[in-house]
Design a protein around this ligand. Structure first.
Ligand code: PGA
Length: 251
């Protein structure tokens, strides 16, 4: 089973329309010949449409950073999965630690959203990861298991195969303190075993598990070389063409 590497840029609440379009124009040019790696950018919701329009027909996909699980109705400030599909979006990041920790999003909420993303034919990138104090208390695997079990509850084996999991240790996000390749591999392997336990070896082998947390063009190659690391979810280093392309090239 060969899993295609997925390098996704999580722009978070950065850039403006002009700089976003400039960035994707640069990426499109530089990444034109890349066929062995899946690439995606995840702009702020407001820019998903213009970025998807700019990237139409290219080898770079577009994702959202969040969306709501209900189909439509009185949910002020929210966007539905169908709306994202409508404007050419293919991926949705779910349960990012900034949403879990700042917006109070629970694994139950992530689970409802995972079901909705899959029902809409989109690909969820579901984030899991421990806080520094949880790692120091030896709780990493327990925390990740709780998030995994909660987020994927009731997801069928066929749907599970389509999911992407991003292991993002919270202490490594935006801190410049990247997990070592061995630390990443250890948790990625543990996650794959969780999938195997809840589903089967076949499903576990199909699911892509990205690493995220201070990935840049200097450290990407070593991390991506690990057998259970199937890509990267990149924050800061995805905001400029060169570092993001560097990560893509190392893959
Ligand atoms: P970072 O963010 O690369 O800036 O650490 C990663 C993420 O939060 O997805």
């Amino acid at each position: 089973m060969t899993r295609r590497i997925l390098i996704a840029g999580n722009w978070k609440m950065n850039l403006n329309l002009a700089s976003a379009l400039e960035l994707v124009a640069g990426l499109q040019k530089e990444a034109a010949g890349v066929s062995s790696v899946d690439i995606a950018v995840c702009p702020p919701s407001l820019y998903v449409q213009p970025v998807a329009a700019a990237l139409k027909g290219s080898n770079i996909g577009v994702g959202a950073q969040n969306a709501y699980f209900e189909k439509d109705g009185a949910y002020t400030g929210e966007l539905s999965m169908a709306m994202l599909c409508d404007v050419g979006c293919q991926y949705v990041i779910l349960g990012h630690s900034e949403r879990r920790n700042i917006m109070g999003e629970s694994s139950e909420m992530v689970n409802l959203k995972t079901h909705a993303v899959l029902a809409a034919g989109l690909i969820p990138i579901v984030c899991v990861g421990e806080l520094l104090k949880e790692r120091e208390a030896g709780q990493t695997e327990n925390v990740v298991r709780r998030q995994f079990d909660g987020s994927f509850s009731g997801i069928s084996a066929d749907d599970m195969k389509k999911c992407v999991i991003a292991y993002e240790p919270v202490w490594a996000i935006g801190t410049g303190r990247v997990a070592t390749p061995d630390q990443a591999e250890e948790v990625h392997l543990a996650i794959r075993k969780m999938i195997e336990k809840n589903y089967s070896k076949e499903v576990a082998e199909a699911v892509r598990i990205q690493y995220g947390g201070s990935v840049n063009d200097k450290n990407a190659q070593e991390i991506l070389a690990k057998p259970n690391v199937d890509g990267a979810l990149v924050g800061g280093a995805s905001l400029k063409v060169e570092p993001f392309m560097g990560i893509i090239r190392s893959a």
